[in-house]
Design a protein around this ligand. Structure first.
Ligand SMILES: [Zn+2]
Length: 471
């Protein structure tokens, strides 16, 4: 999409990979081939530069702001569109990074998605302010500088611009504007791991699916309104069909959900809880777990498992995690779905630190490269952390990332034509663990190890049988 594919660029990439590999190979490392990368200490954030008004911006104003910002900060931003809504509005993505046009080899890509529900636009405005804050404080805030120097941040302020166009400011509840122009709920429109989703794919959803398939996002947040909680996968549960059969009236359904909804936990539950807590605890009040209304639940520490709150089919966060190993959580940041504009400044003050600190979590855990014996990167090598049944794959540069909490881990690394390997490594709190793995050609495949590339299969990675050579 925006990755420049020049010969010079490829040379730089190869030099970077080769240089890094040489460095690591020559270092006296332990058997896990482990190295550390020091991170700076976070600093207190600075107040917003306030170059962007605290008002709601319609699609034309939003487009103007993004274009003006990318023109003003060409070294920190790049603007691209991942497609159009049904009514022809561009789904703009702003990259904010010190390398906006090129993927930085070895450094993670992360994303935020706002306004998937058109009538929940606080997130949409927060993301514009986040863009503004990043570009205006890069030279003055060391933490922001470190984040942008080491991360490519992709921001889609509105996934549902058509829904937004028919939403009404001041409307705290209700469904007008929630759906896209054809009446589809976009957060029920993704393929589902637990249940066949028969909803017709919408252009907005297809654009996001295509986007996710092209860039390996490590971490993601989807911004909503109508509650104050960080919610994590799974949103769906193996029992959702049963639940649907019981739910004949909405009142009964609500009662059933309140008293009977069971958590539906992923193998990365510790990580998802941690990520949700990072958001909630850096937020001005989310972690207090105060209920929005007396009839709605109060969430302990401001976080919840999605299915434990209420199960849903076709949600975006489950899709990100199960299909691409991207750790996405859902951030409900306003009790009122579409609060009056004069409250936006307060929402920004409440969310600013959370929005920044959450993204830095992409630098927690393990990251590295998978190489062949000649030191060339292996694309689409499969990696699985033992005990966590979601596999993930290397990029075309052989890179991988996995967010993990401190502890001892074992990774299983497989690639077609190579002998599989198990590698042990340690995660510490202070910095990510760098782990480079060299795979030897399988003895049955010597001379034909480098097979032609295959298209990424459109199927989930969870519980996939990883291809193991017959050894
Ligand atoms: Zn929503």
């Amino acid at each position: 999409m925006i990755l420049r594919n020049t010969i010079a660029g490829q040379l730089v990439v190869l030099l970077l990979i080769y240089g890094r590999h040489t460095l690591l190979s020559s270092a006296k490392t332990v058997t896990s081939e482990q190295m550390s990368l020091a991170l700076p200490e976070p600093r207190a954030y600075l107040p917003d530069a306030q170059n962007l008004d605290f008002v709601y911006h319609d699609h034309e104003e939003l487009t103007r702001f993004l274009r003006a910002t990318s023109a003003r900060y060409p070294n920190l931003t790049a603007l691209y569109s991942i497609g159009k809504s049904i009514q022809g509005r561009d789904l703009w993505v702003m990259v904010v990074s010190s390398s906006p046009y090129e993927h930085m080899v070895g450094k993670p890509d992360v994303k935020y998605v706002g306004n998937i529900h058109g009538n929940e636009p606080v997130g949409r405005e927060m993301l514009l302010h986040l863009i503004q804050y990043f570009v205006s404080s890069y030279n003055t805030d060391q933490y922001v500088k470190w984040l942008l120097d080491n991360t490519r941040i992709h921001i889609l302020p509105t996934m549902n611009p058509d829904g937004y166009a028919v939403s009404k400011e001041g409307t705290c509840d209700g469904g007008q504007g929630r759906y896209n122009a054809r009446g589809f709920d976009l957060n029920r429109n993704f393929p589902d791991y637990f249940k066949q989703n028969n909803k017709r794919g919408q252009p907005e959803t297809d654009a996001v699916k295509d986007w996710i398939s092209k860039i390996q996002f490590v971490l993601s947040g989807s911004l909503h309104g109508g509650a104050l909680v960080a919610s994590y996968p799974y949103d769906n549960t193996p029992n959702s069909r049963l639940l649907k059969g019981i739910c004949r009236s909405s009142a009964l359904c609500a009662m059933f959900q309140t008293y009977s909804a069971a958590p539906s936990l992923t193998p990365d539950d510790d990580v998802f809880k941690h990520l949700s807590l990072v958001y909630a605890r850096n937020h001005a009040k989310m972690s207090r777990g105060v209920a929005c209304k007396s009839a709605t639940p109060a969430f302990e520490n401001g976080i919840t498992n999605g299915a434990a709150w209420y199960p849903l089919t076709g949600g975006m966060q489950d899709f990100n995690y199960v299909w691409y190993g991207c750790m996405e959580i859902t951030l409900e940041i306003s009790c009122c779905k579409f609060p009056p504009a004069y409250e936006l400044k307060k929402y920004w003050e409440d969310n600013q630190l959370s929005l920044i600190k959450f993204l830095a979590e992409a630098h927690r855990g393990v990251q590295g490269f998978v190489f062949d014996p000649a030191g060339m990167p292996i694309e689409r090598a499969s990696i699985k952390i033992k005990g966590r049944d979601v596999g993930f794959q290397t990029t075309k540069y052989g890179e991988f990332w996995r967010i993990l909490l401190p502890g001892y881990y074992k990774a299983e690394v497989f690639a077609e034509g190579y002998a599989p390997r198990e590698v042990e490594f340690v995660i510490v709190e202070q910095h990510p663990t760098l782990l480079n793995v060299t795979l030897q050609a399988s003895k049955y495949n010597v001379g034909s190890a480098r097979k032609p590339k295959k298209e990424r299969k459109q199927r989930h990675l969870l519980h996939d049988e990883l291809q193991t050579p017959n050894e």
